[in-house]
Design a binder for this molecule. Structure first.
Ligand code: CMC
Length: 430
């Protein structure tokens, strides 16, 4: 037996669990033979201790608060790259050189239009529909227009699908927004960069163009980069779960969007602002009463934008966003009372033993909303912005899974706690 392997004793039996090395970070114990060899399964709610896959995309050191994509620190990528460069890095494993980036940006800019029949699809939703529901439905619907993306097998088709999806998401997102405010849909303008084009489709009107501020373009690039990937989070695990049945990329990503929408995941960016707004508007909701509610075991309220499954330290994305929020407000020559409340709330939580002892710190969603607000985005679009940012992570994971010989359909076991076998009771005797 290798001394680096693990050994599990169950009664008299001793089972060797091979140790699998990571390039950096925690090694794993391979339990894939455990059930066959011991008749036991493992119990791990939320898969908090379980790696379901190998991945070479993103490394997180939760204890020290480090995040790297393909080995590069998030701090460097956020400062030096645009969003499409980081998307290429995540999906293809290397930073593009100038020629590769030019081709990549050109390819994406020429796939931004939606099939015209999609207009009636958007028209069919009620005005009040949440744009996350529209985004997810429309992402799924795109595959119905392109036969080749329904079940792509060759890598050239998969690449084309990935490009198409990245290209069309801003158009879908902007049209979902336009639908919600009753304004005409704005078509993409392929002379613009990815982020400029999105801003154009969001904020231009047929009667007046929009002046795109380069500071807003830069800021939105940074925000999208900070959301681009984050290991096997709930939505990415969903994309992999759906994709493991060999469902197509569009359907898998649409399912991931559903997972992202929840307030414990990407929906937290909307919930944070709602929480801060309540403190601002409601005299009974103070910083201290909000902290007290979050600590109360009988109240299911949580301090939104705080805590993380992987980080037991400050989320590095929140660290970047915390100082970035101030810069953006300065550049926009504006102030936001909600940012002041967020700062006070953070200070109060970090000084409180409940949060300190559980190592709960601000996460990416705590400050992102104040920046989205400053850039002019409406609250209901915040999680949609997260989704556009996360798209390279979802697609990259789908692609990685698709070429991984270890991929198996995701099908966890359960610990059955229901009735044992019992005699059937005919209807008339019940
Ligand atoms: N407010 C109050 N208590 C909290 C919070 C919070 N935000 N987060 C965790 N706790 C407590 C929790 O009650 C538990 O306490 P106890 O040990 O007494 O039972 C302890 O801390 C551990 O929490 P957990 O629920 O076991 O941790 P988890 O890893 O399952 O949950 C989380 C992670 C992100 C869902 C959770 O921290 C949370 O609900 N945060 C608020 C929602 C949020 O901001 N979500 C965004 C996550 S980051 C970006 C993203 O993924 O989208």
């Amino acid at each position: 037996m290798s001394e680096s392997n693990g050994t599990l004793s169950i009664g008299e039996a001793s089972i060797e669990l091979p140790r699998l090395e990571a390039t950096v970070g925690q090694p794993a114990l391979d339990i894939s033979r455990l059930r066959a060899d011991s008749g036991h399964i493992t119990f791990d709610p939320g898969f908090a201790n379980t790696a379901g896959t190998r991945s070479a995309m993103t490394y997180i050191d939760g204890a020290s608060g480090e995040l790297r994509h393909r080995g590069y620190a998030i701090e460097d990528l956020a400062v030096h790259c645009n969003f499409l460069e980081v998307a290429y890095l995540l999906m293809y494993g290397k930073l593009p050189n100038q020629a590769e980036l030019a081709v990549w940006e050109h390819d994406i800019s020429t796939h931004t239009m939606l099939n015209e029949e999609m207009r009636s699809f958007f028209d069919a939703f009620p005005r009040r529909a949440h744009p996350m529901a529209v985004l997810s439905s429309a992402t799924n619907a795109i595959s119905t227009f392109y036969d080749v993306y329904r079940r792509p097998t060759r890598s050239i088709e998969i690449d084309a699908g990935a490009r198409t999806l990245i290209a069309k998401l801003p158009t879908i997102a902007a049209w979902a927004y336009k639908k919600s405010i009753g304004e005409p849909y704005i078509y993409p303008d392929n002379r613009l960069s990815y982020v400029e084009n999105f801003l154009h489709m969001m904020f231009a009107r047929p009667v007046e163009d929009v002046v795109i501020d380069p500071a807003v373009v830069k800021a939105l690039n940074v925000l999208l980069i900070l959301h681009a990937d984050h290991g096997q989070n709930c939505s990415t695990a969903t994309v992999r779960s759906v994709g493991s049945s060999r469902a197509n990329m569009f359907t898998s990503v649409a399912a991931g969007m559903g997972a992202l929408w929840g307030p414990l995941h990407g929906g937290a960016n909307q919930s944070v602002i709602e929480m801060l707004q309540e403190i601002h508007d409601d005299p009974d909701a103070t910083i201290q009463s909000t902290i007290a509610r979050a600590k109360d075991p009988d109240d299911d309220f949580r301090l939104m934008g705080f805590g993380h499954r992987v980080y037991s330290n400050y989320d590095p994305r929140a660290r970047i966003l915390s100082s970035f929020a101030e810069d953006i407000l300065d550049r926009m020559s504006t102030t936001d009372p909600l940012l002041e409340i967020a700062r006070e709330l953070e200070a109060a939580a970090l000084a409180d033993d409940y949060f300190a002892s559980r190592k709960l710190y601000p996460n990416v969603d705590f400050y992102s909303g104040t920046i989205f607000r400053a850039l002019g985005f409406p609250l209901r679009m915040f999680t949609v912005l997260f989704a556009i940012g996360r798209s390279p992570g979802w697609i990259g994971n789908w692609m990685e899974m698709n070429t991984d010989p270890e991929t198996k359909i995701i099908r966890p076991r359960q610990l059955y706690v229901g009735e044992p076998a019992r005699d059937f009771v005919p209807l008339e005797n019940r």
